[in-house]
Design a protein around this ligand. Structure first.
Ligand code: AMP
Length: 476
């Protein structure tokens, strides 16, 4: 998500560049909404990459002083055009437009949807994000503090939000602080809000700070103010997967730059799972810092053994197993001169379904590697994510269904090692009380029992299972 309050600026173009820097967070659809202070917003959304969705004509059409934008990666509600964001709604009392973009996943969406439908709300999408927009539109007249209090005491789960009214820009982070959000000053009274700090830096915007857990940052003609509409929680639940894979290495999360955290994960992995080898390689791009950290700690030379075609997107993000599978072999090529006759340690950030790793290992063997020792800079993923990362259902998670030895055999490695949860926590430098490791431990920061029950019921009933997977990701 990206938002800009910038009177006198080309806010749509700034948002376009901001979204370009955040493309890694979602590749399914993109959208920009602008306000020029009038009753009606400009909006362009479409399926595909930022570069495919907007052209010069769109940017010329999207005029105003405020803009918000979104790139979508679906975790709830399917990869459909109707689910592209920003979402537009009208305040029930004043009729004023509100635009909203959401990153995360609500855990009480089903209950809320039933509730709102009973109150006459007609939904246009299947995304949980639309619930938040309607709640804000329905909030009783009052101050923004009161309106956000109304919304935030009803929604549960992970939500970082960027919201625009005709003259105000908001950045909101859930009380657990699951997904990142930060903001900075544009100069001349302008401000920018973005999912990751890398987007600010590309635009030469100085980061002010991250939005705090449970905080609402309000930006308008009189400057920036902030408030916390609901009581603070004793703990936070920042997603460790942001550190492991999701965020860009040049972004900050909870005050730490991602790159050195990934290097430390690799170093920790070397301490936990040493092996005699001739060289260490990383699976590009996300695992390179961890591979460098591993090599340095182990005292084994680091080399590039795989070359990635940069124009093939994140295979995993494409919500279809067939495309994902083809994507892997199109994505990497092995360097025979580097690998031939060598015992190789391969570091990847994670294994989810186990589609990528066997193919990568086969590529390395075909290129002449004599031994392949697989090392993951994350613990085994054993439980699905209900907070905004597409981890699939439990039945698809390889580590939830196979033992370590079975996984090693499945991927065709000579040895296999995962980073421990303790090692991961230590590498982030954060207190374990402030992190969400639910995908590795099965211990969720808030009660997700309802959804867990849904999922186990779905697994017992094939019809329900199909409906469940459609609901969750739009793919059967
Ligand atoms: P898989 O083939 O399902 O085991 O996917 C693992 C690969 O996808 C790893 O190499 C990661 O770099 C990447 N990956 C892991 N988790 C995700 C995710 N939630 N979304 C997109 N890509 C991911």
């Amino acid at each position: 998500m990206f938002g800009v309050f910038g009177p006198g600026e080309d806010v749509a173009r700034l948002t376009f560049y901001g979204l370009y820097a955040l493309q890694h967070r979602g590749q399914e659809s993109a959208g920009i909404a602008t306000s020029n202070g009038s009753e009606s917003f400009g909006l362009r959304t479409g399926m595909g990459l930022v570069s495919q969705v907007f052209d010069e004509e769109d940017l010329a059409f999207l005029r105003g002083q405020i803009a918000i934008g979104h790139t979508r990666y679906s975790t709830a509600g399917g990869s459909l055009a109707c689910n592209a964001q920003p979402i537009l709604v009208r305040d029930r009392e004043t009729g004023e437009q509100i635009a909203l973009a959401h990153n995360g996943n609500l855990t009480n969406a089903d209950v809320l949807r039933e509730d709102l439908e009973a109150q006459g709300v007609r939904f246009e999408s299947t995304a949980d994000s639309e619930l938040i927009a309607h709640l804000l539109a329905m909030a009783p007249a009052g101050t923004w503090e009161e309106k956000f209090h109304y919304v935030m005491r009803r929604i549960e789960g992970a939500y970082s939000l960027v919201i625009m009214t005709k003259d105000v820009l908001f950045g909101v982070r859930d009380p657990l602080g699951v997904r990142p959000l930060c903001f900075g000053r544009l100069g001349n009274g302008g401000w920018v809000v973005a999912s990751e700090s890398c987007a600010l830096e590309h635009l030469g915007v100085r980061m002010e700070r991250e939005v705090r857990a449970g905080e609402v940052v309000q930006i308008d003609g009189s400057g920036m103010r902030s408030f916390s509409p609901v009581a603070p929680l004793a703990k936070r639940a920042a997603c460790t997967f942001e550190y492991i894979y999701f965020a860009r290495p040049d972004s900050q999360f909870m005050g730490k730059l991602i790159y050195p955290v990934r290097e430390e994960m690799g170093a920790q992995l070397a301490r936990e799972h040493h092996v005699e080898a001739d060289l260490v390689i990383g699976v590009p791009d996300s695992a390179i810092p961890a591979a460098i950290g591993y090599a340095r700690e182990a005292g084994i030379p680091y080399r590039e053994g795989l070359v990635k075609n940069r124009y093939v997107g994140r295979t995993f993000i494409q919500p279809d197993q067939r495309i994902r599978a083809a994507g892997v072999s199109l994505k990497f090529n092995a360097l025979g001169d580097v690998l031939r006759g060598k015992r190789v340690v391969v570091v990847d950030d994670s294994i989810v379904r186990g589609t990528t790793t066997p193919r990568v290992i086969q590529l390395l063997r075909n290129a002449g590697a004599t031994e392949v020792h697989m090392r993951f800079a994350s613990p085994p993923i054993i439980s699905p994510c209900f907070f905004g990362v597409d981890m699939a259902t439990k039945s698809e998670l390889i580590a939830a269904n196979k033992t370590l030895d079975e996984i090693c055999a499945h991927i065709g490695a000579d040895s296999l090692g995962y980073l421990s949860v303790e090692g991961l926590n230590a590498a982030t430098g954060q207190s374990a009380n402030d992190l969400c490791n639910a995908c590795f431990t099965g211990v969720y920061p808030i009660n997700v029992q309802l959804e867990m029950d849904d999922m186990s019921a779905a697994r017992r009933d094939p019809v329900l299972a199909a409906a469940d997977s459609l609901n969750r990701s739009g793919r059967p």
